[in-house]
Design a protein. Structure first.
Ligand code: NAP
Length: 355
């Protein structure tokens, strides 16, 4: 299968290339960069230079996709990953689909079903609303069958992946509702902000520091609400606060629920055990163990644990993912696997990079 990566030298684009490295069934034939077009991919990303198929790849301008299709149709990708900045996919997705390729979009541009949500949360009008209905939200635990048939996959956001998987078993049993708010307290490593230089991501701003950001109105909030309320068939109230942690990779979510409004703790544990028993990339942790980002680093796993704080009557759900892996690139490759009709985990590492 021929693959293209638009935004190949960004963090998620290069992580997609890493997740595809060494596969006999895929061949990366097009990689793009606007600023580095004409340059050799592995000169810019030497950590990929041991992959035979990558050594000869030359970065191309994404403006030339139509020309590449016209001049070298045998090389044109069948599936293109869009690992680009927010809003850029609104213009790229229609082009990619018109050129006959499937698209796996890592931006937030096609994740929300309601057109009204884009100006409300992203502060922009959508430029390609005609594709919103077709786009499949790429969380396999919810949409596996639709992903297999999809032409356009909207890969989930990193925080939403962690928070949705924390709550999915409860949502699916309609145990979450508007009666009591859900509090999602989340922390991310700095690579979550991408490779593009910005003052808040400077080492001297991040090291020895810990802070919340976008305390109100983070655009990942509606994505969490959309998927969880659809799973349960009920509206719900969710308050999400992200924090920046001085580390490269990893997301930890601690979600708080009023346990008085839920079935007994033992029943909830049984529910999670049963729901995640056959899921290849969710590990429901044994009682008393605390998920750590280092255990999932570089992998597609989401580790989830439950804790009942009986005194105040709070159920705490702690979960972790790697933002660049399960939160972006390995989830995107799992979606590619589903679309290609092969095993969801093909080529994905099963062991976290520890320590
Ligand atoms: N970082 C994460 O943990 C994470 C997790 C989940 C989802 N995401 C999402 O994934 C996307 C990429 O994130 P990232 O962290 O990889 O960002 P990044 O490191 O800044 O890379 C983005 C790349 O997109 C390319 N690009 C930007 N605008 C473009 C345009 N108009 N047309 C074509 N290419 C364009 C740039 O490449 P050139 O300038 O070289 O062309 C850049 O290298 C974002 O939408 C982000 O929200 C990120």
């Amino acid at each position: 299968m021929r693959i293209g990566v638009v935004g190949a030298i960004g963090y998620t684009g290069s992580a997609v290339l890493g997740a595809l490295a060494g596969r006999p069934d895929t061949q990366v034939t097009v990689v793009t960069s606007r600023g580095e077009a004409g340059g050799c991919l592995t000169d810019l990303l030497p950590h990929l230079s041991g992959v035979p198929g990558y050594r000869d790849l030359v970065l191309e301008d994404p403006a030339d996709l139509e020309k590449i299709r016209r001049d070298s149709p045998a090389r044109f990708p069948e599936v293109i990953f869009l690992a680009v900045s927010h809003r850029a996919s609104m213009a790229l997705v229609p082009r990619v689909l018109a050129l006959g390729a499937k698209a796996i979009d890592l931006t937030g541009d096609f994740r929300l079903k309601s057109l009204l949500m884009y100006p409300m949360w992203y502060k922009v009008e959508h430029e390609a609303p005609e594709y919103l209905e077709e786009a499949v939200y790429g969380l396999p635990e919810i949409h596996r069958e639709e992903i297999r048939r999809a032409r356009l996959v909207a890969n989930p956001g990193c925080y939403p992946t962690c928070v949705i998987l924390s709550l999915l078993p409860l949502a699916e049993k309609a145990l979450l509702g508007p009666g009591s708010p859900i509090i999602a307290d989340c922390k991310s490593g700095v690579s979550g902000a991408g490779r593009t230089a910005a003052v808040p991501s400077l080492f001297s701003e991040v090291a020895e520091n810990f802070r919340a950001y976008k305390v109100l109105g983070h655009p990942h909030t509606p994505e969490m609400i959309q998927e969880l309320s659809t799973a349960g068939g009920k509206p719900l109230r969710l308050s999400f606060t992200p924090h920046l942690v001085p580390m490269n990779r990893g997301i930890e979510a601690t979600v708080y629920l009023d346990s008085e409004k839920l079935p007994p703790y033992k029943e909830i544990r049984d529910l999670y055990e049963a729901r995640y028993r056959d899921e290849p990339f969710v590990r429901f942790r044994p009682e008393g163990t605390i998920p750590q980002t280092v255990d999932v680093r570089g992998t597609n796993f989401c580790d989830v644990a439950l804790f009942h704080d009986e005194g105040p009557g709070i159920l705490k759900i702690v979960s972790v993912i790697d933002n660049l892996a399960r939160g972006a690139a390995t989830q995107a490759v799992a979606n590619l696997n589903l679309m290609a009709g092969v095993d969801e985990g093909l080529g994905l590492p099963l062991v976290g990079l520890r320590p």
